[in-house]
Design a protein around this ligand. Structure first.
Ligand code: SAM
Length: 285
């Protein structure tokens, strides 16, 4: 028998009211009420019956339902324990496990080892907007063993995550993504598909994780220290912003920039990941 579709606003209201559930703005609770969007997210993530999915923040469970119907197994992590009784009503799937905890505290590699043996693993979420960047940085920095990330985020954030050199959206987080993944925006989503409606539009972005980082460097920490320092004062030249933000002699920085074949007068937003890699090697050689 087909499960009833949870994305119906009528069903959602009825069940949430029955449990006396109150939406928490602080936890970024905006639930999807559009079946078409759910299908498109599951399609963009490329989920089939060989896929294990980690979902961050199942909320009422509308996206979780779409994921459970296509994936081999779903492990969802929800911080709000008051949703537990709701989930008993909404999510009776044998291939679903829900962990009530803060995603930021989870050891994801351990979870993957324990729950997803032999499966390719993807991370899918309609992310709580207050914590989008820390979540994405956690996944990229901890080298979690996953093949892809598909997340709904604020439209502006999606543009920053997938930005290429030369524009105002390009920054340290674009480079963190570029270093580890191929990113593309697959969908712009109006605020009308959520309950309650957020103030901003959203976008779905997919990041296919590369087998190995896009560039080889001797020390990743140095690479990202240089990137952060370079964008610390993005309106300044690369020479000035690196000199202000790294504890290294200004003349030595200039020499390193020149050895990397770059113009000290250029700004950080013009440099590709390859150029930052060369620069970091020269600064810390
Ligand atoms: N996936 C649901 C949907 O699309 O309708 C809900 C998405 S809602 C934007 C974000 C969800 O993440 C909420 O259920 C919220 O309680 C949960 N959440 C917020 N912070 C979290 C955290 N640190 N760890 C895990 N879940 C979190």
């Amino acid at each position: 028998m087909e499960e009833k579709k949870l994305y119906s606003p009528k069903i959602m209201k009825e069940i949430l009211e029955r449990h006396g559930f109150e939406f928490s703005k602080g936890l970024g609770q905006n639930f999807i009420i559009d079946g078409n969007i759910i299908n498109k997210i599951v399609d963009a993530a490329g989920i089939d019956d060989n896929t294990g999915v980690i979902e961050i923040g199942p909320g009422f469970g509308t996206l979780t339902q779409g994921l459970c119907e296509r994936a081999k197994k779903v492990v969802a992590i929800e911080i709000d324990k008051s949703l537990r009784p709701v989930h008993i009503d909404t999510l009776g799937y044998d291939n679903l496990k829900i962990i009530y905890d803060d995603f930021m505290k989870i050891d994801i590699n351990k979870l993957i080892e324990e729950e997803f043996e032999g499966l390719k693993v993807k991370l899918v979420a309609n992310l709580p907007y207050y914590i989008t960047t820390p979540i994405i940085m956690k996944v990229l920095e901890e080298k979690i063993n996953i093949s892809g990330i598909t997340v709904m985020v604020q439209k502006e954030v999606a543009h920053r995550l997938s930005a290429k050199p030369g524009g105002k959206d390009y920054g340290a987080i674009s480079l963190a993504v570029e270093y580890r993944a191929d990113a593309r925006i697959s969908l712009i989503v109006p605020s009308t598909v959520f309950m309650p409606r957020p103030k901003v539009d959203s976008a779905v972005i997919t990041m296919d994780i590369l087998d190995k980082p896009r560039v080889l460097v001797s020390d990743e920490k140095n690479l990202f220290a240089v990137i952060r320092a370079a964008f610390g004062q993005r309106r300044k030249t690369i020479h000035n912003s690196l000199s202000s933000n790294l504890s290294i002699d200004k003349a030595k920085i200039k020499e390193a920039i020149e050895r990397a074949g770059l113009d000290p007068g250029i700004r950080a937003e013009m440099l590709s990941i390859y150029e930052f890699a060369k620069l970091a090697e020269e600064i810390y050689r």
